[in-house]
Design a protein around this ligand. Structure first.
Ligand code: IPM
Ligand code: MG
Length: 370
């Protein structure tokens, strides 16, 4: 039996705890099977942590995240916290984790499941076979740049400032991840920026071009303005393999890519740090969807994105590829059988609750393991 691997679970707010509850059942399933066991601890983040400790991420929780082999994150935020001071908003818990753990490479796959082709707002023929990966920089850019703030001018009007800033090393380390991923995928990187209007865009393009020429000429590199990339994503998304983008463009493009697949509720993500001497990377896994406060607590949430995030955790942090594949196969089969949460409902399918979707996954895992 493989040695214990430590996972810190941070369910967060909104639908986070509900979807994580189903993942816990799958983790228990693996534990009972006794081929690999996990040492799981759970803690608060986001609004839940703010309510309990007055901060969206306590120092203790941060220390636990630093010590864990991997962090599995649900979602944060909700209208209840709209008036909280900006530095204490639930989202800051997530941003601080990314920053303090130096998790700079946010991997967001978007792939279509054949059984869900009809759930997309695009025509099935446009999205069939879609399998792309967005690599989003996640510790810099306009999310963290200084100066920032809202000031009152002498004439009484107010002025808001954000700063978009990137260093060459911040660009090259995330570009490196994109090239390495493309090498084990279909060998193509599309780098998205706005070099036509932004200085950071000019630097981004230059750094990526030079890195490519120096080390990655086996990969096909293409540059695309970020707005055009958004347009191409809905026009002909299967042209893409790996899309590389900065923090803000990556945030936007990944929501767009997510929706191509028919549901945000299906998409997992991983955010990785740099490998240490032993090759181990700090890593956080989370569904791409948010806390969806409008449906929280109603049993309507789709747990599959969170479950697939756990599968990514098994793959990228623990090298448990067969176990990850077991989960991915279970998801495919359950979808094929016509079991659907509301967000991915289609004609003739059976609408089920969060919990019943969890039941279906466990039944399928039992079947595969038998
Ligand atoms: C995401 C989210 C976050 C972001 C929010 C919750 C801060 O939209 O992970 O894409 O903007 O990065
Ligand atoms: Mg986002």
């Amino acid at each position: 039996m493989a040695a214990n691997k430590s996972i810190l679970i941070l369910p967060g707010d909104g639908i986070g705890p509900e979807v994580m509850g189903q993942v816990r059942r799958v983790i228990d399933w693996f534990d009972n099977r006794r081929e690999v066991t996990f040492n799981v601890t759970e803690d608060l983040v986001g609004g839940a942590a703010y309510d309990a400790h007055g901060t969206p991420l306590s120092d203790n929780t941060l220390a636990a995240a630093m010590a864990a082999d991997a962090v599995l994150f649900g979602s944060v935020g909700g209208p209840k916290y709209d008036d909280a001071p900006r530095n204490l908003r639930p989202e800051m818990g997530l941003l601080r984790l990314r920053k303090e753990l130096d998790l700079f490479a946010n991997l967001r796959p978007a792939l279509t499941f054949d059984a869900l082709l009809d759930a997309s707002s695009l025509k099935p023929e446009v999205i069939k076979g879609l399998d792309l990966m967005i690599v989003r920089e996640s510790t810099s850019g306009v999310y963290f740049g200084e100066p920032r703030g809202i000031e009152t001018l002498p004439d009484g009007h107010r002025r808001g400032v954000d700063t978009q800033v990137y260093t060459d090393t911040e660009i090259s380390r995330v570009a490196e991840v994109a090239f390495d991923l493309a090498r084990v995928r279909r060998g193509k990187v599309t780098s998205a920026e706005k070099a036509n209007v932004m200085e950071t865009g000019v630097l981004w393009r230059d750094v990526v071009t030079k890195l490519h020429a120096a080390k990655h000429t086996d990969i096909k590199l293409e540059h695309m303005y970020a707005d055009n990339c958004a347009m191409q994503l809905v026009r002909a998304p299967t042209q893409f393999d790996v899309i590389l983008a900065d923090n803000l463009f990556g945030d936007i493009l990944s929501d767009c890519a997510a929706m191509l697949t028919g549901s945000l509720g299906m998409l997992p993500s991983a955010t990785l740090g740099a490998p240490d001497e032993s090759g181990r990377r700090r890593a956080l896994y989370e569904p791409v969807h948010g806390s969806a406060p409008d449906i929280a607590g109603k049993g309507l949430a789709n747990p599959l994105a969170c479950l697939l995030s756990f599968a990514m955790l098994l793959r990228y942090s623990f090298d448990l590829h067969e176990d990850a594949a077991l989960i991915e196969e279970a998801v495919r089969n359950v979808l094929k059988s016509g079991v659907r949460t509301t967000d991915i409902m289609g004609p003739g399918a059976a609408r089920v609750s969060t919990n019943v979707m969890g039941d279906a996954i466990l039944r399928e895992l039992d079947k595969q393991a038998a």
